[in-house]
Design a protein around this ligand. Structure first.
Ligand code: HEM
Length: 484
């Protein structure tokens, strides 16, 4: 007779054996077994996830594609793709739903923000509610907010140049981050945080800590259930609640503002059951995060590429100077909208140094063929837009900064706009795309028209990524001198 303990032990051993057999079967005989990739990826995603948490996926992913080709298996049910046809199928043609990873970053599992909604029907409703805030008419109404922030930006930069005897070295990573946070807070938090002027990073650090926690929660969902560990959003909710209640008091007094915060509050008032106070809070946090560092880094990367390609900077400066002959000319949405070289330089910068540097993650809803492989239901697939945008089969001299490719053929090849997705693509593309482009144009034209910008040698361009990329050295210095 065996004791209960011995029977349980045998049962446990049998279960472990069964699971090992299943893992081995899936690794070597399952439909994904033919997909190339590191051997460890057949058994576990952990080595890849650890690299993601360390912010290293953008540095390691390209090497994996180089070694294994267009498709790489990095986990038992985790596949990366870089070819245009598959990326188009994942994001646009099939428009796969977002993976459950997005749900893990919700504070309350039942309250999704625009970005963490994975249900297609609910997402459509939510997007329809918020879309009016991103219509061209509404965005044009936000122009004065942006101008106010840029006025402060110019005042501070002028002062820094004056104080340094005419030429100052400015950390543009920080300065532009402050500027876009001021613009975003003016638009969606009811008033500028005034970071350009104060250079006080307390508020930004709160958002950065929140982002780091969100990234950790996504990889280690159990973390949030540990006793004594505060939830990610508790780091930020007090600030948001004060702002919403101030806006409500203003509305009671009949003061009506036309900004993104107002869209959230109006949406709540129209349907308080499906768009609750928690939804307002989640959207505000999301928009602050999605709309500030994304835009500032794109502006910083564009400057970096222009400064390292002085002939391109010269070309752009001459286009801007001929549109704005005097330093006093107003830099407006309308006058910056159609500058061909400026738009080409921004596109080329977003092609070469996009903000989403890893894969855009989706879930396969039912067995399908991707890049010639049968991919079963519930496999996590990631679309590596950054790799597609550097694919030599599509872009001649893919690693060079060539704005001209957007103005006509380059080496006989026109820019393939369908292989250019810096704002993602399909139903889940960036709702703030036009907002970002308008803001980017104002920032770049203001900087280039008003200041002589110069390269500060000896800096590292190495990046790490936590949601968006960061300069590993922690700054990006640019020489700045007031132009006459
Ligand atoms: C150059 C600047 C920007 C870039 C490159 C960018 C890029 C992107 C990308 C690639 C996505 C898809 C992310 C994913 O699927 O996980 C996205 C989503 C989003 N972006 Fe942007 N973005 C920028 C600026 C902005 C701005 C200024 C706003 C707000 C005013 C904004 C709001 C959003 C929101 C709300 C989403 C979520 C949409 C959804 O999940 O359906 N973005 N953005």
């Amino acid at each position: 007779m065996y004791s209960i303990g011995t029977i349980l032990l045998y049962a446990l051993a049998a279960e472990i054996f069964r699971r090992c057999c299943l893992i081995l079967l899936a690794a070597f005989t399952g439909p994904l077994s033919k997909i190339p990739g590191p051997m460890i990826g057949k058994f576990t995603s952990w080595p890849w996830l650890i690299q993601c948490v360390k912010g290293n996926q953008m540095n390691i992913g390209p090497g994996l594609f180089q070694k294994y080709g267009d498709v790489v298996r990095v986990g038992p049910a985790d596949i990366m793709f870089r070819d245009k046809a598959t990326i188009t199928k994942i994001l646009i043609d099939e428009d796969f739903r977002k993976s459950h990873d997005y749900e893990t970053v919700r504070e309350d599992p039942n309250v999704a923000s625009l970005i963490t909604e994975t249900d297609k029907v609910k997402y459509k409703q939510k997007r329809r509610l918020l879309s009016p805030g991103f219509s061209i008419g509404y965005l044009n109404g936000l122009e004065p907010l942006m101008h106010e922030c840029l006025q402060v930006f110019k005042k501070v930069l002028d002062g820094r140049c004056r104080d340094a005897g005419g030429y100052a070295v400015i950390d543009m990573n920080r300065m532009l981050g402050n500027l876009t946070s001021d613009v975003m807070s003016a638009a969606s938090f009811g008033g500028s945080f005034n970071l350009v002027e104060s250079d006080d990073n307390t508020q930004k650090n709160i958002f950065n800590s929140y982002l780091r926690r969100v990234a950790l929660d996504a990889q280690f969902p159990l973390l949030r259930h540990l006793p004594g560990v505060p939830s990610a959003s508790s780091m930020i909710s007090g600030l948001v609640e004060r702002i919403v209640s101030k806006r409500r008091q203003e509305m009671e007094k009949g003061v009506m503002k036309k900004d993104i915060l107002q869209i959230f509050v109006d949406t709540h008032n129209a349907d308080p059951i499906s768009f609750t106070d928690k939804h307002i809070r989640n959207e505000m946090i999301l928009f602050m995060i999605a709309g500030s560092d994304t835009t500032s880094l794109t502006a910083a990367f564009t400057l970096l590429l222009l400064l390292n390609n002085p002939d391109k900077l010269k070309e752009l400066t001459s286009e801007i100077d001929s549109t704005f002959p005097s330093l006093e000319d107003n830099v407006t949405f309308a006058k910056t909208q159609d500058l061909p070289y400026l738009n080409a330089a921004i596109n080329e910068s977003m092609r070469l140094m996009p903000i989403i540097t890893g894969g855009i993650v989706r879930l396969v809803p039912e067995t399908t063929i991707l890049c010639g492989y049968e991919v079963p239901k519930d496999t996590i697939v990631s679309a590596w837009v950054s790799e597609m945008q550097r694919d030599p089969r599509i872009w001649p001299d893919p690693d060079s900064f060539i704005p001209e490719r957007w103005l006509g053929d380059y080496k006989g090849v026109p820019a393939d706009r369908k292989a250019f997705m810096p704002f993602s693509a399909g139903s889940r593309n960036c709702i703030g795309q036009q907002f970002a482009l308008k803001e980017l144009r104002l920032i770049l034209v203001t900087l280039i028209r008003r200041y002589e910008l110069s390269l500060v040698e000896g800096q590292s361009h190495e990046l790490r990524v936590h949601t968006v990329p960061w300069f590993k050295q922690g700054f990006y210095n640019v020489g700045v001198k007031l132009r006459s």
